[in-house]
Ligand binder design. Structure first.
Ligand code: IVH
Length: 714
């Protein structure tokens, strides 16, 4: 059939483009072209569910969320590896190998120990059958759905053996980790302490779409079970990986003596900081598989491998000054200005101190000598103060006092809300925020205003054409066309040409996208664009699912209910608490939207700045509409006699039970299957059995048909 062929063709084609993009970094088609093929495949698959394939490229974006991970046994135990903490221990390990093999020199490999989460990939007949975490070594969690979203893992192998189990590490590349944390910081979510935690946290998510949105990657480092292959050494295994384009851990050293092992470990220590991902050691392995068999295993680890652990590098330096950064949402972040030092591969001269509380907890003072390390080898952080070296004059640091309670950028008032750690500038017109808030407002994920990047935003603010995002809607094409930009750099990058105008053409484009923003951009984009503290892309999306239009958010009872919940973390942990809040349970609010975000939103709409924005929007006639709104399941039920009442039905009645269920629901009530303390009434006919006994024991009123009918007419 035609669509069969087309589906197969599209799958192959998209797989090839994935490969070109994610592994070879040589894309052949533009993103839009890829998206078109992808959507065509998605549509065809939707129309032909019988042709579903878990390894179709469409599964890369994540399928349906799971309730829990299933466990599965490992084909072969997934063991741990012995750690070596200094060169002496490496020497002892080498001696054990010599003794075990009765050899003087032994072909070994040395490779980075990736700081990630171990994972086993099982390919059967060239198709990824499932993926497991290490678990207890014997059984692991089936994380197949999540693993399928990891772009550099091939889902299918060509001309593959009947069975191939590849083991390796799932990790988050340093750059992606830094970006994820930045984004979370901006959205007011907790940041991850290091890439390993971010990876583990992500893989534990039951929603594969969350995983798909995170920059995870995989590198193979070991062979598990296999059939129909002929491999004698680690090198054979690596050739096989290469043939199947399974990304493999690198670099690798081939060595045969203790001296060479130690040299490789030292070389790797220099190189490892440039690998783009966290490493915490060097793994030493016997190259030859027969020799591995000879050496065998202890109960917990192979005798033919060991991991040398590099000590985390910590160095002392002088904390010269504490400066304050004003963030996009007005958050004032204290930053340690350090005497530059070289640590874990780069020069560090600044480290965030996060907030006043953190400074107090560590008692950090200007003039202190501090110990600095890179968390997860990436983010510089001040570990602690070397108190012995504290100058007598050093005073405790108190951010609001130092700033004289003024924003360093606009001298506007600063405040710290109850329950929050951050001090913030609350002046909506703060110029430190104007450029960033306009740039953010115009961003691709916000209102996508064509041609309005940071440099243009700076000019708009400088020329006083705009001091806040909504001012953009009052701009005329003429204003814009005449806006003077910085001189363009000439092609040699040295000489400067004359100042440039923004120009008519770009002005028209920008005016068109402003019009589109005003008329077409959905609520979620607007909410995100407004740069309200704690409201990020995902929480904005969730808010727009729950509200029809922007003005519905003002005084929204959903937002209020959520804001008044004391502790969302707890709420998520204990299902009981969630049940205690019927409305929140009913809306199934996901973990992207918590009480803190709700509090921020409510506070914003009640603040002077928020009211100004609402007034301006009303004047402009803008009230963005949701594009994913799901109407309140109880909407329109108000005033019905049974609203908010929960029923259980039992016994034999004058009509089938579903009829009564319909009747109750039509009158605003709810029907559930079993009696609990939350049941308001048990509707019971003749008999009634255990439900009746239960209801009586819980003091739930038991009513008959006549009483029900009376309730309906009252
Ligand atoms: S080989 C039988 N090579 O470290 C175990 N493991 O602490 C042989 N790891 O569970 C493991 N990088 O997940 C090996 N290059 C590497 C590794 C590596 C990271 C992990 C692995 C293992 C853990 C042991």
């Amino acid at each position: 059939m035609l669509f069969d062929n087309r589906i197969a063709e599209l799958r192959a084609e998209l797989t090839r483009h994935n490969q070109l993009y994610y592994q070879d970094a040589k894309p052949e088609i533009p993103d839009a072209g890829y998206d078109r093929l992808f959507r065509e495949l998605e549509d065809l698959e939707k129309a032909h569910p019988e042709l579903h394939d878990p390894n179709s490229p469409t599964q890369r974006v994540g399928g349906t969320p799971l309730d829990a991970f299933e466990q599965r046994p490992h084909l072969l135990p997934m063991l741990s590896i012995d750690d070596l903490f200094d060169e002496e221990e490496v020497a002892e390990f080498f001696k054990r190998l010599q003794k075990g093999l009765a050899l003087e020199t032994i072909p070994l490999t040395v490779e980075p120990k990736i700081d990630g989460v171990a994972c086993s990939l099982v390919y059967r007949d060239g198709s990824l059958e499932y993926a497991l975490t290490r678990g207890d070594g014997t059984r692991g969690d089936d994380i197949s759905q999540n693993v399928r979203t990891i772009r550099n893992i091939p889902l299918t192998l060509e001309n593959a053996p009947p069975l191939l189990e590849v083991r390796g590490e799932v990790f988050m590349p340093s750059e992606g980790f830094a970006r994820l944390n930045e984004q979370r910081d901006e959205e007011g979510l907790d940041t991850f302490a290091n890439p390993r935690n971010a990876t583990a946290g992500t893989l534990k998510s039951l929603n594969p779409r969350t995983v798909a949105a995170r920059p995870l990657a995989f590198l193979a480092h070991g062979l598990g079970d296999h059939e129909g292959t002929d491999m004698q050494t680690e090198d054979d295994f690596r050739k096989l990986l290469e043939r199947f384009q399974i990304p493999c851990n690198a670099p690798i050293w081939h060595v045969e003596t203790l001296e060479k092992v130690l040299a490789a470990i030292r070389e790797l220590d220099v190189k490892r900081h440039d690998l783009g991902h966290g490493t915490d050691g060097a793994v030493i392995k016997v190259l030859d598989f027969d020799q591995r068999v000879t050496l065998g295993f202890t109960s917990r680890a192979p005798r033919w491998a060991a991991a040398f652990k590099y000590p985390p590098e910590q160095k002392e330096t002088l904390l010269k000054e504490i400066t304050i950064q004003v963030g996009r949402t007005g958050v004032l972040t204290p930053v340690a200005e350090l005497e530059p030092l070289f640590v874990s591969g780069t020069t560090v001269s600044r480290a965030t101190l996060h907030n006043q509380e953190e400074i107090e907890r560590k008692d950090i003072r200007i003039g202190d000598t501090v110990l600095v390390e890179k968390a997860g080898e990436i983010i510089p952080s001040v570990v602690q103060v070397v108190t012995a070296k504290r100058p007598a004059t050093a005073q405790p640091y108190h951010l609001p006092t130092v700033l004289n309670h003024q924003c360093p950028s606009c001298h506007g008032p600063i405040e710290k809300a109850d329950g929050f750690v951050a001090w913030r500038c609350v002046n909506f017109e703060c110029p430190a925020q104007a450029v960033t808030s306009i740039t953010h407002f115009a961003g691709r994920k916000a209102l996508d205003l064509d041609g309005l990047g940071e440099s243009v935003a700076i000019k708009l603010v400088e020329s006083k054409l705009a001091s806040s995002p909504l001012d953009l809607f009052s701009l005329t094409a003429e204003d814009l066309a005449n806006l003077l930009l910085d001189p363009a750099k000439s092609s040699d990058g040295l000489t400067k040409s004359k100042e440039r105008r923004f120009g008519e053409k770009r002005a028209t484009t920008l005016i068109t996208s402003l019009k589109k923003a005003r008329q077409e951009m959905p609520l979620s984009r607007w909410l995100f664009a407004m740069g309200i503290s704690q409201i990020g892309e995902s929480s904005a999306r969730e808010l727009s699912r729950l509200h029809e239009k922007l003005t519905d958010l003002v005084g929204s009872s959903i937002v209020s209910d959520l804001a008044d919940l004391p502790d969302f973390e707890e709420l998520q942990k204990s299902k009981r608490k969630k049940e205690n809040h019927p409305r929140l349970q009913q809306y199934k609010i996901d973990d992207n939207l918590g009480p803190v975000a709700a509090q921020k939103l409510r506070a914003f709409f009640q603040s002077e700045a928020g009211l100004t924005v609402l007034t301006k929007l009303a004047e402009l006639g803008i009230d963005p509409k949701s594009d994913n709104y799901v109407p309140d399941p109880e909407a329109g039920l108000e005033g019905l006699p049974l609203v908010g009442k929960s029923f259980v039905i039992t016994g034999s009645l004058s009509a089938p039970r579903p009829e009564f269920k319909k009747l109750i629901e039509a009158n605003g009530g709810k029907v559930s299957g079993s009696v609990s303390s939350k049941t308001d009434f048990l509707l019971s006919g003749e008999g009634g059995g255990s439900k009746r006994t239960k209801a009586e024991s819980l003091d739930v009123p038991v009513i008959d048909e006549v009483t029900l009918k009376n309730m309906l007419s009252s």
